[in-house]
Design a protein around this ligand. Structure first.
Ligand SMILES: C[S@@+](CC[C@H](N)C(=O)[O-])C[C@H]1O[C@@H](n2cnc3c(N)ncnc32)[C@H](O)[C@@H]1O
Length: 424
């Protein structure tokens, strides 16, 4: 077993109040392992197939041919996430680290039960990840950095073990959609509410008396996190929790030597998707830089609770991570369906033969109406044909380009751009 969490922190120069906060966070997760442990991953295993893996691979590495054998680090893996990744990527070497002994024990049990030979688990603070003496092509850190006493030190440590062409998936809290949570955190602090089972029970009961128009109420109603006492404690009684607006996230990445690649789901951040596409301000929004658009739209939407981003090292080998629809390279891109996308055919807007939805989107304005010709193009997307092959003798190249750009912006497809990179 690794040395205690404090030792790791003191080594990287965080003492006094920082190590006190770190100890509180560790103690918190020992008492409330997150997410609530599960012992049955059969459904999860069944939900992952080659198509899904390929979509994930091109989401993170659009210009690399599909690969399954990456080295993968799950930093702050909690009770289940590392086992999930080991199942989802059976040919990858997966390492899960966490400060919580309980979370590590739950993960070890899943490893044993499902014979996950490709999974290695260590109790280790992510600030000390260099001790593993390994680099990783794929680093996943979701729901962790915003709880650290020094998130910058944590992100830098992860950046330092990221392979040069690697990708880091980071998820941190977003401030505006969590306003109600921060009010209740402050409320609980003022009352000195701790996180014993009895205190959490009383808190859950008291929340039933919240005014119906309190900003926390929609979250209590809609977020599965509040359905369990671990989730409730994680949201309202956490000893350490900060959030990042879009500009703050970009600065956070920059300070760690990372650059933003894309949002895991980008449509909610884009002026071309949803209600803003036809609002009078659309023309003003598209004049802004990409970051300016994202920052403005976070304010406009008002209810984002987290940001999930795909990020890369600033000094990674040159490659075009973003899709480019300006020249003619897009004709050599291969569209790959994203999972969780569905075609709906009832209550259609005028002129539409179907509406496309990504079930991971929570905003109700994010549905994409398509017509009969577009449907015919969509039917030919099989993850093998390039856009040029799909459109064949199709007359209007601009219409085809606009449609595939739309599908990409709306999180219906990702693009395998490797053929375009090879031939450029
Ligand atoms: C909210 S949970 C998220 C778990 C997992 N990433 C997921 O998304 O399901 C946060 C996890 O981070 C862990 N953690 C907190 N501080 C840490 C640190 N300094 N190093 C590694 N893990 C840490 C906690 O023990 C806890 O398991």
């Amino acid at each position: 077993m690794a040395e205690p969490f404090h030792a790791g922190l003191n080594k990287i120069g965080m003492e006094g109040s920082a190590s006190f906060v770190a100890a509180q966070v560790t103690d918190f997760y020992e008492n409330h392992p997150y997410p609530p442990p599960v012992d049955d991953l059969d459904a999860y295993r069944k939900s992952w197939d080659d198509r899904r893996r390929r979509a994930e691979s091109h989401l993170f590495w659009p210009s690399e041919p599909y690969r399954e054998d990456r080295s993968l680090l799950v930093a702050g893996c909690g009770t289940t996430q590392a086992a999930h990744y080991a199942m989802r990527w059976p040919s990858a070497h997966v390492v899960g680290i966490d400060v919580s002994a309980k979370s590590i024990a739950f993960t070890q049990e899943l490893k044993r039960r499902y014979a996950l030979e490709n999974l290695e688990v260590r109790q280790l603070p992510l600030e000390s990840v260099a001790e593993l003496r390994e680099t990783f092509e794929y680093v996943v850190c979701t729901g962790v950095l915003h709880h650290l006493p020094d998130p910058d030190a944590g992100l830098r440590a992860l950046r330092d073990v990221l392979a040069p062409a690697g990708a880091l998936h980071v998820m941190v809290y977003a401030p505006y959609g969590r306003a109600g949570i921060y009010m209740l955190q402050d409320y609980c602090r003022r009352l000195g509410i701790g996180h014993t089972d009895a205190e959490i029970r009383d808190l859950a009961e008291t929340l039933k008396a919240l005014p119906l128009d309190h900003p926390l109420v929609p979250l209590l109603r809609n977020s599965p996190d509040f359905a369990t006492s671990a989730g409730l404690a994680d949201a309202l009684l956490h000893p350490r929790d900060r959030a990042y607006s879009v500009p703050q996230l970009m600065e956070f990445l920059d300070r760690a030597g990372l650059e933003f690649g894309r949002w895991l789901r980008q449509a909610p951040y884009l002026p071309w998707c949803g209600a803003l596409a036809s609002a009078p301000h659309h023309s003003k929004l598209i004049e802004l830089t990409a970051e300016g658009q994202n920052a403005a739209i976070e304010l406009f939407r008002g209810t984002m609770v987290r940001h999930s981003a795909v990020t890369y090292r600033k000094d990674r080998p040159a490659q075009n991570a973003s899709a480019d629809f300006e020249g003619d390279a897009w004709l050599r891109y291969t569209p790959v369906h994203l999972p969780d996308t569905i075609v709906v055919r009832d209550r259609l807007p005028p002129g539409a033969t179907a509406v496309l939805i990504n079930r991971n989107h929570t905003y109700t304005d994010l549905y994409l109406p398509i017509d009969e010709l577009q449907e015919r193009l969509l039917e030919k997307v099989d993850g093998k044909r390039t856009i040029a092959e799909i459109c064949g003798q199709w007359g209007d190249c601009n219409l085809v380009r606009d449609f595939f750009r739309q599908l990409w912006r709306w999180d219906q497809i990702v693009l395998d751009t490797s053929a375009a990179v090879v031939s450029s």
